[in-house]
Every structure is written in structure tokens, then in C-alpha cells.
Design a protein around this ligand. Structure first.
Ligand SMILES: NC(=O)c1ccc[n+]([C@@H]2O[C@H](COP(=O)([O-])OP(=O)(O)OC[C@H]3O[C@@H](n4cnc5c(N)ncnc54)[C@H](OP(=O)(O)O)[C@@H]3O)[C@@H](O)[C@H]2O)c1
Length: 297
């Protein structure tokens, strides 16, 4: 892996932390602001001097004191299944970011309520609760945890006055690093297949930059050989944010990084080929096994 490109360091890449004072975006609504990513996004958004936040959550005591005491943050407590509360939360916003995470039914229903609320309040953009691998290549049922993302993207496409934004950054690199704590840690395939990884922190910075750019709409993934079409504003003013990927590394390369950082080599166990994994996943799905993606572990 090239020196200095380690995904471990991706959150320290100051190039991506660009503050656009010319942005017309001033009010950012964040649903699920108490979550891990939600709080990091809120902090990144506050890096833009003109930005104010409307945070929507069910229990504001979970919010870190620096956010709850910030005069630019307004917290609206309410239930995610209450359309009136959702409408109040997004009122006057330039963009809504959803950072919910929960069971599939919740992800679909709560986001539809939020999208309808945003549409009714004439908010022009909705950043879906994705931050995922490229699920646009999947059909419903291929990978059930991604089904809500497919459904919400399709729902956004039925809307005329509000545009969907879908950030596809790959996996959070902290999660694979956590996996290496297991003994043994299983893997499928050759271990040389490349994966997209981004740290939570870098992802929050990308999301804030995208939120502040009114022209950033559609599927955003990267990096791109050239700046992406959906973000013409980036082309002129933000040379680096046209990527939402920290790095692309294989499982074996990730293990090497882990070893260098922790002085301990993970005990890696080959579980089978990619074709065998596919077979096991298909079998589990046919049997209707709940949590069938666990066959991957
Ligand atoms: N690519 C990856 O590797 C990866 C990995 C993990 C997550 N993600 C994505 O990152 C996003 C956020 O994940 P996260 O790790 O920040 O999740 P998290 O820390 O678990 O936060 C989830 C948020 O959803 C809220 N929530 C959950 N159930 C709710 C309910 N019934 N009613 C109201 N609010 C509810 C939580 O509120 P409370 O604080 O009140 O519980 C919290 O604010 C999701 O879009 C997820 O798909 C991606």
C-alpha cells in the first residue's frame, strides 16, 4: 500500500476538511443525532461557520454535552414514528440528514416519515441513512441488511421536489479493525479482494461537505478519476471531496496494518471460497434463517 495512504490515517486527511463559506446551506436537520455517526456529522457540520443544526432524537440525554450546549444546535425530542414531530424537526432546513440505524422495518418506516415531512416542509435534499457498500448493484433480498437502502432510494425516486443523496463509502474501517480482535478471525475468498473502507470520522467530514453543497445529489461514491457529475460545485471549489472513500485495501492488507499498529498478528482462518460463501448464504436464505449474513463470519 502506498505510504501515507493508509485508511487508518484517512481521518487525518486535512485535504477533505474544507469549509465553504459561499454555500447557501445554513440549516442542517439531523435525525438520529445521538448516534455515533450522527454526533460526528453534527460536529463536522459545526465546522462550517454559517451552519446551524436541528437535531431530532428520542432521548436528548444521549447527546454529548458539547453538542447539546452549542448555541447553534437546536434539539427537538420526539418519536421517529410521529409525522408531526418529524415535520417540526425539519422545518426551515436546507437539507435533512438521516443517521438512524435499526431493524429493517424501522429503517424503512422511519425514513419514509422523515422524507414525507421534509417534502411537506419544502426541504430540497435528503441524505439517506446509507454510508454503505454499493448496494445499487443489489436486488431486494440479495443482502437483506441493505434492503431498506434499496427501498428508500426507490422511494426518493418517486419524489419530484426533494432529491435523494446516497453516500456509498464502503465499510467503516474501525469495524474491520475490531474484527481482528477475534481469535481466530475468519475470512472467505483469497483475502486479496479489495474492499472500500472509510473511518467514521472521515465519513462525517465527507457528509458535512456534501450537506453544505446544495448541488450534491444522487449516488455519491468514489474516488472518481474525474470529479463526479452530480457535484459540479465540487469541481470548482472542493478538489478533494469528490471522493467518499478513505481507501481500498484487502483483508490481508488490513491485517498487516492491524499488526503494525498493535504489534500483534491476527490469527486468520480461511473459511472457504467466495463461491462456497455464496452457496451457504443462498441456503440460509432459502431456509428463511434470520440473521443469515452471519454465515459470513
Ligand atoms: N458501512 C458500514 O460499515 C457501516 C457500519 C455501521 C453503520 N453504518 C451506517 O451508519 C449510519 C449510522 O450508524 P451508527 O453506527 O451511527 O448507529 P448508532 O450509533 O447505533 O446510532 C443509531 C441512531 O438511530 C437512532 N435510533 C435507533 N432506533 C431508533 C428508534 N426506534 N427511534 C428513534 N431513533 C432510533 C438512535 O437513537 P438512540 O441514541 O436513542 O438509540 C441513534 O441516534 C447508518 O446509516 C448505518 O447504515 C455503516
Amino acid at each position: 500500500m502506498p505510504q501515507g495512504r493508509s485508511y487508518i490515517k484517512s481521518s487525518l486527511n486535512s485535504n477533505i476538511i474544507l469549509r465553504m463559506s459561499s454555500s447557501t446551506v445554513s440549516t442542517v436537520a439531523i435525525a438520529g443525532i445521538t448516534g455515533k455517526l450522527g454526533q460526528l456529522i453534527a460536529k463536522a457540520v459545526l465546522g462550517y461557520p454559517q451552519a446551524n443544526i436541528r437535531g431530532f432524537c428520542r432521548d436528548q440525554s444521549k447527546l454529548s454535552p458539547d453538542l447539546s450546549s452549542d448555541p447553534r444546535v437546536t434539539i427537538l425530542q420526539g418519536s421517529s414514528d410521529d409525522p408531526a414531530a418529524a415535520r417540526k424537526a425539519v422545518q426551515g432546513s436546507d437539507v435533512v440528514i438521516c443517521a438512524y440505524l435499526g431493524p429493517n422495518d424501522f429503517m424503512v418506516q422511519s425514513q419514509k416519515i422523515l422524507i414525507d415531512a421534509a417534502e411537506a416542509e419544502k426541504v430540497p435534499r435528503y441524505i439517506a441513512s446509507d454510508w454503505a457498500l454499493d448496494y445499487t448493484k443489489l436486488k431486494l433480498g440479495d443482502l437483506p441488511p441493505k434492503d431498506p437502502m434499496i427501498e428508500i432510494k426507490a422511494y426518493m425516486e418517486t419524489k419530484k421536489d426533494i432529491k435523494g443523496v446516497h453516500i456509498l463509502n464502503g465499510a467503516f474501517m474501525q469495524l474491520v479493525q475490531m474484527a481482528f480482535q477475534q481469535d481466530p478471525v475468519g475470512y472467505w475468498g483469497s483475502g486479496d479482494e479489495k474492499w472500500d473502507f472509510t473511518s467514521y470520522e472521515t465519513c462525517a467530514e465527507y457528509t458535512a461537505a456534501i450537506a453544505m453543497d446544495p448541488s450534491a445529489v444522487g449516488v455519491i461514491k468514489g474516488p472518481f478519476p474525474n470529479p463526479p457529475n452530480p457535484c459540479p460545485h465540487f469541481r470548482q471549489k472542493v478538489p478533494i471531496t469528490h471522493t467518499v472513500r478513505g481507501d481500498r485495501v484487502s483483508f490481508k492488507e488490513s491485517a498487516d496494518i492491524f499488526t503494525k499498529q498493535n504489534g500483534k498478528k491476527p490469527n486468520m482462518k480461511l473459511l472457504g471460497t467466495q463461491a462456497e460463501l455464496r452457496e451457504k448464504m443462498d441456503e440460509a436464505r432459502e431456509k428463511g434463517e434470520i440473521g443469515w449474513p452471519n454465515v459470513m463470519l
